[in-house]
Design a protein. Structure first.
Length: 99
């Protein structure tokens, strides 16, 4: 069963319910130099959430880059890899070879 799809649908249903319950709720937002009046509450919540995601994005990218660096150092170069034994049964060697 596609659990990711079901999860996304449930999350959107919760968001939709939040928006419909707060359509009439309004607030004022003051930035010190300007003020927005009668802003719906759900817009305030969504913009705050989006700003939080945007602020954490550099930290997530930095953590991903740190995790990838040690993996790149462990990759063996082609000249470091020992040659494959052609006579090995594991690699489909010759069956009639008696050496």
């Amino acid at each position: 069963m596609p659990w990711r799809l079901i999860t996304v649908i449930v999350i959107f249903a919760v968001f939709l319910a939040f928006i419909t319950f707060n359509l009439e709720n309004r607030c004022n937002i003051n930035f010190g130099f300007t003020e927005f009046t009668d802003v719906p509450v759900f817009l305030t919540v969504f913009f705050s959430f989006a700003l939080g995601l945007f602020c954490t994005l550099p930290f997530v990218i930095r953590a991903l880059n740190k995790r990838k660096e040690p993996l790149a150092e462990n990759i063996r170069k082609k000249e470091d890899v020992p040659p494959v034994n052609r006579k090995s049964k594991l690699f489909g060697g010759l069956k009639n070879d008696k050496s």
